[in-house]
Design a binder for this molecule. Structure first.
Ligand code: PLP
Length: 395
């Protein structure tokens, strides 16, 4: 009889399943079973990919763009992305500094792998996107979370950052606009945090995947823009999923100093080879047909902004809930700590009793809150808010 190995690896055993995907999967299963579920759990735009981007991918398939692509991405897409960072954000960028990967998630993972060794510490401000601490653990490094609650607008202060830094600190993760809070750092706030990171010789992974989803006239700022030293140590991660409603296409980007971009490409060459070739050709149309892209994005932004205000006022109208008005992404992060229920129980009962799916704040390292994604139809939002109000009144 053949012997069975004792156990799975420590990587497999220690990594957690994504809680956001788990809540969304449960909501979808209930829906499939015929329940009328209001899903506020998915971090996914409810719009379709703009038609000109889809058409370009179809054309690429027709033209036989079905083979392996160069590991760091097809040259015209890397050129277009370099031009975007140079022209839009004033960050002089060459195509050699750009890597296209299969998704923003993989971009983050490759960045952590390229920067961190076992024993290193990574500063992860909470509320954090669920995958950051798990990716850090998968690299053998240690996540050091620092919680910033609604008392500081869910933003890390320079004092909090200073207090978290140790001689082992290697990388600071920043995510503005934020998932799960929608919080956006001002240029001044970001500048101060960047200066602390530079002073302590940290790398910064700046996850800017929500860079275009901004409201109230707020402009996007990257930590890389503050100085040459800041640019050298900042790895900008982004992707197509959120801005262009392309979650299923799996396309992410990395922009970094050339030696870091090369290291990331090397890791990619031994893991996924390249992002899907015809998807890259399709996504190129987002830049070559920029006018059409702008029309599609503006349309989405109008809807998101309307829903943001609707959900914000609806949440604050419920006795016991307090919610800040976020200026980015498509999330709000209300404080639900006044009800005497922990957030996991609150969200579980909300789904069971009222068929409203939201993700508990604990999943993001912030107990006492929950994440509401408003990337769904106004009608669903109104219905869900109504049910949430009934649920809270009954507690
Ligand atoms: C903050 C943040 N970064 C990265 C990603 C990854 O996006 P994708 O892998 O779909 O491109 C997400 C998706 O939820 C996110 O919220």
């Amino acid at each position: 009889m053949s012997q069975v190995p004792a156990s799975l690896s420590s990587w497999a055993l220690n990594v957690s399943t994504s809680p956001t995907l788990a809540v969304d999967a449960k909501a979808k299963a209930l829906k499939a079973a015929g329940e009328d579920v209001c899903g506020f759990a998915a971090g996914e735009p409810d719009f379709d990919t703009p038609a000109h981007i889809k058409a370009a991918a179809v054309q690429a398939l027709g033209a036989g763009k079905t083979k392996y692509a160069p590991t760091p991405g097809i040259p015209p897409l890397r050129e277009a992305l370099a031009a975007k960072y140079t022209d839009t954000y004033g960050l002089p960028t060459t195509a050699a500094q750009v890597v296209v990967s299969p998704g923003g998630k993989f971009s983050c993972y490759l960045t952590v792998l390229a920067i961190c060794s076992p024993g290193d510490e990574v500063i992860v401000p909470a509320p954090y996107w669920v995958s950051y601490p798990e990716m850090v653990k998968l690299a053998g490094a240690t996540p050091k979370t620092v919680l910033a609650t609604d008392a500081t607008g869910f933003k890390l202060t320079p004092e909090m950052l200073e207090a978290a830094i140790t001689p082992k600190s290697k990388l600071l993760i920043l995510n503005s606009p934020s998932n799960p809070t929608g919080a956006v750092y001002t240029a001044a706030e970001l500048g101060t945090l960047t200066a602390v990171a530079v002073k302590h010789n940290l790398y910064i992974m700046s996850d800017e995947i929500y860079e275009h989803l901004l409201y109230d006239g707020v402009k996007h700022v990257s930590p890389a823009s503050f100085s040459d030293e800041a640019r050298e140590r900042t790895i900008i991660v982004s992707g197509f999923a959120k801005t262009f409603a392309m979650t299923g296409w799996r396309l992410g980007t990395i922009v970094a100093a050339e030696p870091i971009a090369k290291a990331v490409a090397k890791l990619q060459s031994q893991t996924t080879s390249n992002a899907t070739t015809f998807a890259q050709w399709g996504s190129l149309a987002a830049y070559t047909e920029a006018d059409k892209t702008k029309v599609a994005l503006d349309e989405m932004l109008v809807a998101f902004d309307r829903r943001r205000k609707l959900v914000h006022s609806g949440l604050n109208a419920i006795d016991g809930i307090e919610c800040l008005l976020a200026q980015g992404a498509f999330y709000l992060f209300p404080n639900i700590s006044s009800f005497g229920l922990d957030d996991l129980t609150f969200c579980e009962r909300l789904l069971d009793e009222q068929k409203v799916a939201a993700v508990p704040g604990s999943a993001f390292g912030a107990p006492g809150f929950m994440r509401i994604s408003y990337a769904t139809a106004d009608e669903t939002l109104n219905k869900g808010l109504d049910r949430l109000g009934k649920f809270c009144a009954g507690l």
